[in-house]
Design a protein around this ligand. Structure first.
Ligand code: ZN
Length: 193
């Protein structure tokens, strides 16, 4: 398992709800936490590790053994109130930052890795993290939410990732789009059908 970067096609994939929580999913989640801490992130969505599953992990402290670890399975956000613009980054666009307007507070319903229902009112940083990660499950990057003039300021950095991706594709170092979608379909059979 590894973190994929823009413009990998799985980052544009709308993931389907998970229908079964089993030992394999628990192992996936444990590995996602590992990768998130290694990369010094505060959240990591399944799409970012090339899996089409509606689950993300988060720890607002970004450090193992500190803060609180969250696993959100099939998250549904509602009751967004207020607006706040703040800079965001993403492990799938490492080193790139830009301002994104998000709801200041939200309500989120989900399931934990033990299958328990989660119902939380969140605000500020944690509300932002949950909105950013839930977007990933819908195939939406933070850059998709940026206003045009802010996006233009980082366009060059984004293009560098696109050039690198295309060159790896040309050299046959990574699977093509058809192979990626085939692999995603197999994961969906396993967890979402
Ligand atoms: Zn992200």
């Amino acid at each position: 398992m590894e973190i994929i970067t823009h413009p990998h096609p799985t980052l544009k994939h709308q993931s389907k709800p998970i229908l079964r929580i089993n030992a394999e999913l628990k192992a996936i989640v444990a590995e996602m936490f590992e990768l998130m801490y290694e990369a010094k992130g505060v959240g990591l969505a399944a799409n970012q590790v090339n899996l089409p599953l509606r689950v993300f992990v988060a720890n607002p402290s970004g450090s193992r053994g500190e803060g609180e670890e969250f696993v959100f399975i099939n998250p549904v956000i509602s009751k967004g109130t207020g607006n706040e613009v703040a800079d965001e980054g993403c492990l799938s666009l490492p080193g790139v930052y830009g301002p994104v307007n998000r709801s200041k507070s939200i309500h989120v319903e989900a399931f934990s890795i033990d299958g328990q229902a989660i119902s939380l009112d969140l605000e500020d940083f944690m509300a932002r993290v949950v909105q950013h990660e839930t977007d990933h499950l819908d195939g939406v990057m933070f850059t998709d939410r940026m206003v045009e003039h802010s996006l233009q300021a980082i366009q060059g950095e984004i293009e560098e990732f696109e050039i690198e991706y295309r060159s790896k594709l040309t050299d046959g170092l990574i699977p093509d789009e058809q192979a990626v979608h085939q692999a995603l379909a197999e994961w969906e059979v396993k967890f979402c059908k």
